[in-house]
Design a protein around this ligand. Sequence first.
Ligand code: F0G
Length: 376
Amino acid sequence: MVLVARKPSRRSLLRQRVALGVWRYAEGLPFRREVRPVSLQEGGTPLVVSSHLRKELGMHELYIKNEGQNPTGSFKDRGMTVAVTRATQRGARTLICASTGNTSASLAAYAARGSLEAVVIVPTGKVASGKLVQATVHGARILRVKGNFDEALELVMGVVRKNPALYLMNSINPYRIEGQKTLAYEVFEQLGGRVPDYVVLPVGNAGNISAIWKGFLELKSWGISERLPKMVGVQAAGAAPIVEAYEKKRDYVEPWRDAKTMASAIRIGKPVSWRKALRAIRDSGGLSMTVTDSEIIQARDELASKEGLFVEAASATPIAALEHLRGEFKPHSTIVCVTTGNGLKDQESVKVDLEKAPELSGGQDLLDALRSNASG
Ligand code: F0G
């Protein structure tokens, strides 16, 4: 792909360019007339080359698409900008979602941006506090459901069905998927016009894997790309209904009543977009697999300590999966792991032992501490 055919004049250096991000791809979004996006400049997230993990795992090309760099710290912003823009077009006033945390943080911010009201329903006691802090500062109404995410979503969907004044913002809203599919366009551009061999990502309610697959399918159907990636959906071992259906070669997903994992964002037993997710995995020739909670924590810590990227637990699942996928990849495979959310939201899962940190009362203490660390 040749972007600059001749040396540009200095004047063109400052010309307005459409930056990488969701609205760069406005032609690919389902708006018939001109729209004024409700935007916080989402998307355009870094595709970081992995250096340490790539070498350790003996991989050729390994990238991390770091979605935690979005305005509210997760991939949800891609879908939210499009869905909230659509909601304003329709004259909606009250936007509502059930959430394991990130959707509520994102909805709260975009509703604020669009001067709309946000109502977020969360499962009691099960959401990372950073995400609730976000929903709070952005002015959302927070309501709790005694139960899990699946029960919260069922409750919200039931109420929305009977109350058209409420606009549903979970990923069954097709405008969310439309926004999230732009990750595929972006990765294609960031790889210099190439489609990766594998896209590895966490799966919870299963909207994102469906969205990204849609993006790649479109690039091919429009004649922009020639290939498709294999989609690898990773779930926590204690919340893996999609993996179960994949492994048992079922064409339906049996809900898990009691989903359990410390990766609270993907603690989901009844994924609403299961049908599309199974299709993405099967049609792409990909696969679906589980990782344990201890593998997730280890992967998160390695990504932070070796690559400098701090992601939340759910987002570390694709990294944890890499070890198991070594046999699957070819020597020259290009692999993109999508890390979906920022680690700063999910601080409860990191132990900080400040008691063990020596307290200094002068420069000599510092030198002593450094010396004892070097010898110890
Ligand atoms: N990663 C993170 C950080 C998430 O917050 C979620 C979903 C997923 C992965 C899974 O994506 O549902 O499209 O398969 N979080 C939702 C929420 C359910 O309410 O914030 P999915």
